[in-house]
Ligand binder design. Structure first.
Ligand code: PRX
Length: 662
């Protein structure tokens, strides 16, 4: 269980394909579903523009309705280009105007168990957003100015995002677990003028020092002129005169109305960073009209959102899953959502089940890594809670092993709820491959079918479609409204990274996949030098370049080892510079170094100080062998190595450190 290597995933899939365990949509679910007509796939296929224009007009409130759908100049595209709208108006004002201002937008569940929860209605959220938008305008932020956000999971985080959207200022949210250096780089490279943060965030009962980290980051980002600081834990934090403003001083006195900026459909709503195959993270740029349409429709159809539902996406808003399915999709749909501040295991592994029981949550969306953690703490914990309010379950972030899928379906879903395995990425903006729960038969381990209008296939090295059952590269062969339009200030990399592997009409996401006889997709993990740790992307190159910044390190190689909790975990090998001696202390220091430089999630399982790295005679590191070592496989051909004995030693040491997590 939990072994997420490609080979293991394939082996599991083979077993399952033989078993052919299938879960057709339950009749009772189908009878009430938002969408149950299989014809939607053909409709989108027959007239893509017509399909999306109709959807955007019915889902959104445009100041000026678009008359055009897709305009494609490969690899670039626009959607709804002549339309004019405002995202926060769509998420808030129109629901209030329609008499739904009293509906709860967010049920905020603080991490401290003794703190009172807050129900925030659409009308309240609108007033809060207007006040913050006015405050930002007061700080000189206007249309097109970038605002950085570095916060925990508090209601003020969506308030800050929506306030940016209201005045046409693109936001760059940085996950609260990232280091000062990572934050600084993201602020600097996007030219953020304002940074919104908080004193501390709650995590496992302790305060995470966001403000002091933000202060460090600001030294690296001279563009930051002002900071707005929310008081959350009450910790004493330094405030810099003239630059820093307390939220409670700046915001509450502002007017609670604010004219929304009318922006064109292609106006940048936000940029969000993700790891690629290079040392520098890249910022995917998302738009206003296309993105909002896409997240609204996928949210409504895939999660079967009804008016009286209580939706819970348990991701962090700092990642794309939270942007799309905690903030923009659900609010556009006028849904009620849970916003839980803290750690899923705090104060114990029953926290999520308590929340579901107390608030009668109807749809629950989380990551396989968390499901595996729940599996380890045993089914009797969820069984102590009444989870019968649940109607649907979802997963995202990494391939889910079929055993975990079935456990989730059985113990959390009570053998009653469809489970949607949703494949997508930061770049795609929203879900591209997933069952529509009332139409598509679910198969544990398969994300099943592309969403209506999405053209996906599996190809070989030459870009030729492979036969059913054969592995290959996943490609998407035409644009969709929610796709990223470029990388912020780096369009060249947009083209070379994603549209050069095959041709400029073919988006290459970097994942391996296969299709079965029914055409269903089975995702097989990354095919590039990117690993997936707890559903988050990390680049091996980023780890390596961070390690060689340390004075003791001459050379570094990073690879991914399977981990039964996090899916994958980084395993690093280093060669020391002359004058440094190997020691356990130094190895531990290097591990911490990565944690400090990038963020805790990047901290490797181990840093192994090696005498030599497996290299070919021409001096190239043989990554394939490192992978074999990390995955505990028999070593492949070592005859081309400069010194074959090197790998036996590394393998023995890797087996020792990895034994516990395999
Ligand atoms: O490898 C795929 C994996 O996560 C990558 C995207 O990571 P990120 O941009 O951080 O976004 C994560 C949340 C959308 C993909 O390239 N991935 C995501 N969902 C799945 C998945 N792999 C298999 N099955 C999934 N359902």
């Amino acid at each position: 269980m939990g072994d997420m290597s490609r080979e293991a995933a394939e082996a599991a899939i083979d077993v399952l394909l033989q078993e052919r365990r299938e879960f057709p949509p339950p009749a009772e679910f189908v009878s009430q579903a938002v969408v149950s007509d299989p014809g939607v796939y053909d409709q989108a296929e027959a007239d893509l523009d017509g399909f999306w224009l109709e959807k955007t007009r019915s889902l959104l409130d445009w100041f000026q309705e678009p008359t055009t759908g897709l305009e494609w100049d490969p690899p670039h595209c626009t959607w709804f280009a002549d339309g004019v709208l405002n995202v926060s108006h769509n998420c808030l004002d129109r629901h209030v105007a329609a008499g739904r201002g009293g509906k709860v937008a967010y049920q905020f569940v603080p991490e401290p168990v003794d703190e009172e929860e807050r129900a925030i209605t659409y009308a309240e959220l609108l007033a809060d957003v207007c006040r913050m938008a006015n405050a930002l305008r007061g700080l000189g932020v206007g249309k097109g100015d970038v605002v950085g956000i570095y916060m925990g999971m508090v209601p003020e985080l969506p308030v800050a995002m929506l306030a940016c959207a209201r005045i046409g200022a693109p936001h760059v949210v940085v996950f609260g677990g990232f280091s000062a250096e990572s934050l600084g780089e993201r602020l600097e490279s996007t030219g953020a003028r304002v940074l919104i943060t908080q004193d501390e965030a709650w995590r496992k009962g302790a305060g995470v020092p966001l403000k002091t980290t933000a202060d460090e980051a600001a030294k690296l980002a001279p563009s930051v002129e002002s900071m707005v600081v929310l008081r959350r834990t009450g910790a004493d934090v330094p405030m810099q005169e003239g630059r820093d403003h307390w939220w409670h001083d700046l915001v509450p006195g502002q007017a609670d109305t604010c004219e929304p900026e009318r922006v064109e459909a292609e106006h940048m709503l936000y940029a969000l960073h993700t790891s690629g195959t290079t040392a520098k993270p890249k910022a995917a740029v998302h738009t206003s009209g296309g993105y909002l349409t896409y997240v609204a429709l996928t949210h409504r159809w895939i999660f079967d959102i009804h008016d009286d539902d209580v939706w819970w996406c348990a991701a962090d808003i700092g990642w794309v899953t939270g942007h799309s399915y905690i903030v923009y999709g659900p609010l556009t749909n006028g849904a009620t959502g849970i916003l839980y501040e803290g750690d899923p295991m705090f104060p114990g592994p029953e926290r999520h089940w308590q929340i579901i029981e107390q608030h009668k949550v109807t749809q629950y969306y989380t990551a396989p890594t968390l499901i595996r953690a729940f599996i380890k703490s045993g089914p009797d914990i969820p069984e102590r809670h009444d989870l019968t309010s649940l109607r649907l379950l979802g997963t995202v972030g990494e391939p889910i092993n079929p055993e975990a899928w079935v456990w989730y379906w059985k113990y959390i879903g009570g053998e009653r709820c469809p489970v949607v395995d949703t494949w997508w990425q930061t770049e795609t903006g929203g879900i591209l491959i997933s069952p529509l729960p009332a139409i598509v038969t679910q198969k544990p381990g398969s994300a099943t079918r592309p969403f209506p209008g999405i053209a996906a296939s599996v190809v070989d090295d030459q870009g030729k479609a492979v036969e059913p059952g054969k592995g290959g590269y996943l490609v998407i062969t035409r644009p969709w409204p929610g796709m990223f339009r470029t990388l912020y200030r780096d369009d060249e990399r947009y083209v070379s990274n994603y549209f050069a592997r095959f041709d400029e009409r073919t988006y290459f996401p970097g994942d391996g996949s296969r299709q079965d006889e029914d055409g269903d997709f089975w995702l097989l993990g990354r095919v590039d030098d990117v690993m997936n740790v707890s559903g988050h992307r990390l680049s091996t190159i980023e780890l390596e370049s961070t390690l060689v910044e340390h004075p003791a390190v001459a050379e570094a190689a990073a690879t991914a080892a399977p981990d039964s909790f996090t899916g994958q975990t980084p395993l690093c090998f280093v060669l020391l510079r002359a004058g440094y001696e190997p020691s356990d202390e130094l190895a531990a220091e290097l591990r911490e170094w990565i944690g400090q430089k990038i963020g805790k999630i990047a901290r490797p399982k181990a840093v192994i100080i090696a005498d030599d790295l497996p290299k070919t005679r021409s001096g190239k590191i043989m990554r394939r062998l490192l992978k074999d070592i990390a995955e505990g496989h028999e070593l492949g051909d070592t005859t081309t190595l400069r010194d074959p004995a090197v790998v036996d030693d590394l393998k023995r040491r890797a087996d020792e450190v990895l034994a516990a997590s395999r």
